[in-house]
Design a protein around this ligand. Structure first.
Ligand SMILES: [Fe+2]
Ligand SMILES: [Fe+2]
Length: 273
C-alpha cells in the first residue's frame, strides 16, 4: 500500500498569465490547456470510482485500502481545485471548454453500471496520466520559459499522479476485474482520450488565432514526435498495459520523489492519511 500525502500548493492562480504561457509557444500552451480542461470533470469521476469501489470490497479488504483511497481522493480533489482556478483564467482569455461537456455526457452512460467498469476506465486514464507525468518530470524543459508558478503546478500534479498511479488498478484487481475488460476499456479510452485531446487543442488554437500558422505545427511535430517528444516517449509504455502481468508499479522511477523533496517549499502537507 502506498502512503499518499495530500499537499496544498502555495501558488497564486488568481493572477492572470499570458495566452502563450508555455514558453511563448502556441501549440504547447494549447495542448496543456486542453489537458487542464479535462481534469476537473475527469478527476471527479476517478474519485467517485475509487470511493464506490472501496465500498464494494469485503470489510477486511476495505481496511487494507481505506488509507490509500483517502489519500487518492485528497490528491485528486486538490488537483481539481487548482486546475479549476487555472481553467477560470483560460475562460477569461476567451477559450471554450468543449471537452468537459462531452466527458459529462459519456459519464452519464455509466450510471448504474458495475463499479469495475468505472475502475477499469479510471485505471486506463491513470495509466495515461502516469506516462504523461513521467515524461514531463523527465523533460521539464518543455515548460522552459513559463512562469515558475505554472511550472510548479504541472510538475506537482505530475509527481502526485506518479505517486497514486496504482490505486485504481489495485482496486480493480481486488474486486475481481478481469484482463479482457481492462484491455477493452484501455482501447476505448485511448480513442476517446486522444480524440478529445486533439479536438480541444485544435479548438484552443482556433480561438487563439494560431491554428493556421506554420510555426504552430512545426512546434507540434517536435513536441509530439521529436526525440524528447510525448508520443515517442509514450508508445512503448502505453503498450505494456496490455501485458497480462502488467502493474503500474513496474514503471517505478525516482523523479516524482526527487521533485517533491527538492520543492518542499512550494507546498504544505495537509496530512499523511
Ligand atoms: Fe490528478
Ligand atoms: Fe490521478
Amino acid at each position: 500500500m502506498t502512503d499518499l500525502v495530500v499537499r496544498r500548493l502555495l501558488i497564486n492562480l488568481e493572477a492572470p498569465f499570458a495566452r502563450h504561457w508555455c514558453g511563448g509557444d502556441a501549440f504547447r500552451s494549447a495542448f496543456f490547456n486542453a489537458l487542464s480542461m479535462s481534469f476537473p470533470v475527469g478527476e471527479q469521476f476517478f474519485i467517485d470510482s475509487v470511493r464506490n469501489g472501496l465500498k464494494e470490497l469485503p470489510p477486511d479488504q476495505q481496511e487494507r485500502f481505506a488509507k490509500e483511497v483517502q489519500g487518492f481522493i485528497g490528491q485528486e480533489a486538490t488537483h481539481r481545485r487548482i486546475h479549476a482556478l487555472f481553467n477560470a483564467q483560460l475562460e477569461k482569455q476567451g477559450l471554450v471548454n468543449a471537452w468537459e461537456g462531452r466527458a459529462l455526457k459519456a459519464q452519464k452512460l455509466l450510471d448504474g453500471e458495475d463499479v469495475r467498469h468505472w475502475l477499469a476506465i479510471t485505471a486506463a486514464n491513470e495509466h495515461f496520466t502516469a506516462i504523461f507525468a513521467e515524461w514531463l518530470l523527465s523533460h521539464p524543459e518543455w515548460l522552459a520559459g513559463s512562469e515558475p508558478r505554472l511550472q510548479t503546478m504541472w510538475l506537482w500534479h505530475s509527481a502526485e499522479e506518479s505517486e497514486h498511479k496504482s490505486t485504481a488498478f489495485d482496486l480493480y484487481q481486488a474486486l475481481g476485474g478481469n484482463h479482457q475488460w481492462r484491455l477493452t476499456w484501455m482501447r476505448r479510452i485511448t480513442i476517446v482520450f486522444l480524440g478529445d485531446a486533439l479536438r480541444q487543442t485544435v479548438l484552443n488554437l482556433k480561438r487563439d488565432g494560431s491554428l493556421w500558422k506554420a510555426k504552430t505545427w512545426t512546434s507540434a511535430a517536435g513536441f509530439l514526435l521529436g526525440k524528447r517528444g510525448l508520443l515517442r516517449f509514450s508508445y512503448g509504455r502505453w503498450r505494456e498495459y496490455k501485458r497480462r502481468d502488467f502493474h503500474p508499479s513496474q514503471h517505478e522511477s525516482r523523479l516524482s520523489a526527487d521533485w517533491l523533496a527538492q520543492n518542499a517549499q512550494q507546498y504544505s502537507v495537509l496530512g499523511s492519511r
